[in-house]
Design a protein around this ligand. Structure first.
Ligand SMILES: [Fe+2]
Ligand SMILES: [Fe+2]
Length: 127
């Protein structure tokens, strides 16, 4: 059985953690860190996101969220962007890692603004 209250708290905490990781990524981009350092944080963001998204979808499904389909459709796209950018970043030697980091960052901030924030608003109003 899924406890909606506990799950909501967990998903919200994960959003805070994702924002923290993205902030860390911004710092690394600004400091022109090495690709090895960049890849470590990108890998962490991608893995964390995949786990988080699974949980968020379970929560949306459990509470019969109205925009479940649109939201999960965007998840499919964001996971594709994240995993592709990460593997391209690992693969291409000549290109600066921060180009990939920027596309991950941009896709993520768009998702948060258009999908996660409205979902969290709904959660807060249904409590
Ligand atoms: Fe989401
Ligand atoms: Fe989320």
């Amino acid at each position: 059985m899924v406890n909606i209250g506990e799950m909501t708290k967990k998903v919200s905490d994960e959003h805070d953690e994702i924002e923290r990781l993205l902030g860390q990524l911004d710092d690394l981009i600004m400091r022109h860190e090495t690709k090895t350092t960049g890849l470590a944080i990108l890998g962490k963001i991608v893995q964390y996101s995949i786990d988080h998204i699974r949980r968020e979808e379970l929560l949306m499904d459990t509470m019969k969220y109205n925009f479940y389909r649109e939201h999960t459709f965007d998840h499919v796209q964001i996971i594709e962007i994240l995993t592709k950018s990460l593997s391209d970043c690992e693969g291409f030697g000549g290109i600066e890692w921060d180009q990939f980091a920027r596309s991950i960052r941009e896709a993520y901030y768009n998702h948060i603004a258009h999908f996660d924030d409205p979902f969290i608003d709904t959660l807060n109003h249904s409590r």
